[in-house]
Design a protein around this ligand. Structure first.
Ligand code: 5GP
Length: 116
């Protein structure tokens, strides 16, 4: 029996915990990060938690990854000037804390010389 707890992001999908949702489709949800690192900081998340990181998503469902990137671009256009940084922390050593794949969309007044 699978006794794994749903991820925090699955609980947002299920509306068990609140979030400021800016986009939702059949397969994706996007909401503002609770601890923003940029004027616009939105997480774009597949509703399924079967992929822990972007490498697994790319291998398992490249179409869904393409949808995620297109959604990130749309969000940057809607919420800022269309320029954005897309970050996938992959692995605890790279700062990943939620092992349910998600992209950080960072936009609006980003510096030119940092990586994140
Ligand atoms: P990671 O470090 O895994 O790349 O990113 C996880 C992100 O999720 C962090 O930026 C963190 O602020 C955000 N986060 C964690 N818990 C919640 C939550 O309950 N609600 C929202 N909106 N964001 C969260």
């Amino acid at each position: 029996m699978d006794t794994a707890e749903p991820s925090i992001f699955s609980r947002i999908v299920a509306r068990e915990i609140p979030a400021d949702v800016v986009f939702e489709s059949d397969r994706l949800i996007a909401f503002r990060d609770i601890a923003p690192q940029a004027p616009v900081h939105v997480l774009v998340v597949p509703k399924t938690e079967q992929y822990r990181n972007v490498s697994e998503l790319a291998a398992g469902d490249p179409g869904l990854l393409a949808e995620l990137v297109a959604t990130a671009s749309d969000i940057a256009s809607e919420h800022s000037d269309g320029d954005y940084r897309l970050v996938f922390n992959t692995g605890a050593g790279a700062g990943q804390t939620v092992f349910h794949v998600h992209a950080h969309v960072l936009a609006g007044g980003l510096g030119e010389d940092t990586l994140g």
